[in-house]
Write a protein that binds this ligand. Structure first.
Ligand SMILES: C[S@@+](CC[C@H](N)C(=O)[O-])C[C@H]1O[C@@H](n2cnc3c(N)ncnc32)[C@H](O)[C@@H]1O
Ligand SMILES: [Zn+2]
Length: 285
């Protein structure tokens, strides 16, 4: 079995992947050279032993304690147990219908578990996912998937280290977004798949924490409508049984319950999501 760094080097050397990066500092092209990515002006970004690369505009990591290692590990376990299986089937179906050999960029991929499952379902060895997140610990967790056409990058979704019009599909799952950057990196026939919470998402957890339901579902849709053509909208609304271990994963996988002293049981959990398939409207391009 290869080491993680070897998998990432192999993935970065793929003919599709090797052409897509640009230097976050000077915007020149980036090439792979030994264990680094180097731009035409010699800005150098090492491929770490764990198999990820940090491609940030400022070579400083923003320390964000909202999402820590414990949170990402619990996300990995909870997502791996199938609580999002309808979402995964839907996303892989949409991508497969678009075509083979797709370059997918996940903006705000966290621990990368959604991407790994989607890659397994797509099962096409020429489709790659570049997973990007500002959180170093999230991206470190996501390096478990480098043997599966997954390329982990610490990157800011407001300054994507990718060339213009290089991406077939953008995934944006429960994460912030930057329309300008999305439109810049997307190919003319590319699509954006944006997943947002419905009002009822995780309502049983919110209830025991005394937090109101998500209220801005309509406002989010208004903003999407302003900026994009909605090709399709799907709704996922499932209530799933929780065993004790999954309940603890759930409580620990979100910043909502930081400092929560677990004394009540949650027996069921609602996974309610809006899934938008979007195209850039000419007015915004
Ligand atoms: C709720 S989590 C969702 C993660 C993953 N998509 C999932 O559904 O499991 C939001 C993610 O957005 C990331 N994020 C926030 N601001 C970001 C930025 N400026 N650039 C890249 N990622 C960012 C966070 O680090 C976090 O991993
Ligand atoms: Zn440079």
């Amino acid at each position: 079995m290869l080491r993680k760094i070897e998998y990432t080097k192999e993935n970065l050397s793929n003919v599709i992947i090797t052409k897509i990066f640009r230097c976050p500092i000077c915007h020149n092209s980036i090439k792979i050279s030994d264990n680094s990515l180097i731009c035409d002006k010699n800005h150098c970004y090492d491929i770490t032993k764990k198999g990820y690369v940090t491609l940030l505009k400022k070579n400083k990591l923003r320390i964000d304690n909202t999402y820590d290692i414990n949170l990402f590990k619990n996300r990995t376990e909870f997502i791996s147990k199938g609580f999002y299986s309808e979402l995964h089937s839907l996303l892989s179906q949409i991508i497969k219908e678009k075509g083979t050999s797709q370059l997918i960029v996940d903006m705000g991929c966290g621990d990368g578990t959604h991407d790994n499952i989607i890659l397994n379902l797509i099962n096409d060895n020429q489709t790659f996912i570049v997973g990007t997140d500002i959180s170093k610990v999230g991206i470190e967790c996501s390096t478990n998937y480098v043997s599966n056409n997954f390329i982990p990058l610490v990157a800011d979704l407001n300054y994507m280290p990718l060339k213009d019009e290089c991406t077939d599909v953008i995934l944006n799952i429960l994460s912030p977004s930057n329309e300008k950057e999305m439109n810049r990196i997307l190919k003319q026939d590319g699509i954006i798949i944006k997943v947002t919470p419905k009002k009822e998402y995780l309502c049983e957890l919110r209830q025991i924490l005394n937090i109101k339901e998500y209220e801005n579902e309509l406002q989010i849709e208004k903003n999407i409508n302003k900026n994009y053509i909605i090709l399709k909208k799907y709704i996922i609304n499932e209530q799933k049984e929780l065993d004790e271990e999954s309940m603890l994963n759930l409580i620990n996988m979100t910043p909502l319950s930081k400092n929560y002293d677990c004394n009540k049981n949650i027996e069921k959990i609602t996974i309610a999501l809006n899934v938008y398939v979007l195209k850039v409207s000419n007015q915004c391009a």
